[in-house]
Design a protein around this ligand. Structure first.
Ligand code: MG
Length: 158
């Protein structure tokens, strides 16, 4: 059986923080604030996978009140979630996602982000689609206050 799940996340932009999207560090003056490395894209993908598997959400598995998740590498959290799926005989089939960020522009890094996510998910790059858009100057993204990400994942249950 194929199961689908959605994910959404947002994080505040802050000077002096790293900007990590899909496990790829994007150089610049500004990054995302959060308890972990604030990889907003991986957090959305994790929630999509957890959703497909019926396993709740990222906050239940990695509470931001716990010291051990401070500055956590979100790719390690993703690996943990894939283990949870694997224990239940579930494997990801495809992921599609959208990053919403005014600047820096994601376009030049899109291929690297896709490769990074595909490697982490053990999927061919064609099964991992990464899209990027801006807020067109509107809302918290448009004002440069933060970034958001949406994801959908399908999971095959044996
Ligand atoms: Mg998050």
């Amino acid at each position: 059986m194929t199961l689908a799940g959605i994910g959404y996340d947002s994080h505040r932009l802050q000077e002096g923080r790293r900007l990590v999207l899909g496990g790829v560090e994007i150089p610049g003056e500004i990054g995302l604030a959060g308890h972990s490395d604030a990889d907003v894209l991986v957090h959305a993908v994790i929630d999509a996978l957890l959703g497909a598997a019926g396993l709740g959400d990222i906050g239940q598995h990695f509470p931001d009140t716990e010291e051990r998740w401070r500055d956590a590498d979100s790719m390690a959290l993703l690996a943990h979630v894939l283990d949870l799926l694997g224990e239940r005989g579930m494997t990801p089939r495809n992921v599609d996602c959208t990053i919403v960020l005014e600047r820096p522009r994601v376009g030049p890094h899109r291929a690297a982000i896709r490769e990074s996510l595909a490697r982490a998910l053990a999927l061919p790059a064609e099964r991992v689609n990464v899209k990027a858009t801006t807020g067109e100057g509107m809302g918290f993204v448009g004002r440069g206050e933060g970034a958001a990400a949406f994801a959908i994942a399908t999971v095959q249950e044996q």
